[in-house]
Design a protein around this ligand. Sequence first.
Ligand code: E4P
Length: 229
Amino acid sequence: MRLFIDTGSVDEVREIAAWGVLAGATTNPSLLAKSGDDPGDAIRRICELVDGPVSAEVVSDDPERMVVEGRALRALHEHVTVKVPFGAAGLQATRALSDEGIPVNMTLVFTPTQAILSAEAGATYVSCFMGRLDDVSVDSAAVLAEIVGALRPAGAAVQVLAASIRHPEHVVTAATLGCEVATVPAKVLRQMLNHPLTAEGIAKFDADWQSRPELARWLDSLTGTVAVR
Ligand code: E4P
């Protein structure tokens, strides 16, 4: 499963992209509004930081206007995937944009039927919102499994993108169910780094190594550099 970062913050993308784990990014109107940056600048800079698709969302509810906004967003950078909110207008816009060769991420998908319609309209991604389903006491893992199960047997080319990720376990569930992508906030990506036994193990290796100072001198001579300690 590929990992995207879900953010409107260029700084967060820069931080996590340095780990070498990002295959793309997703933004939405709320995230871009929160970042406070010029949206066009932010989208372009995020596109330059990640070597993969970056979703930028249309905000109109009129299909023709959605297509106009989608074309303009796509013109910002070749990495842009146009994010379209699900609905009759969104399906119409998705068909038009995908027929022009513009990739579409259909967002706000909560049921297998919505996912099937999105796939038929030519969407490249269907974004299923796990956290928002859990918020209304619907089992997000069960819905995601149904969506994957509904699309896979027919060999649909559409990729299932797990979104609205609230904790690391959502990421594991998405991977286990066979989602192609999970888009994950920086906070959850940072949480995925941590385990107390990892921290404890590193501290012990360090203490044991430093108990014999000649080992540090050996490593400096091996690398030809002096390590900062
Ligand atoms: C997806 O692409 C959306 O930007 C996002 O995952 C929404 O998540 P939220 O429910 O935490 O706002």
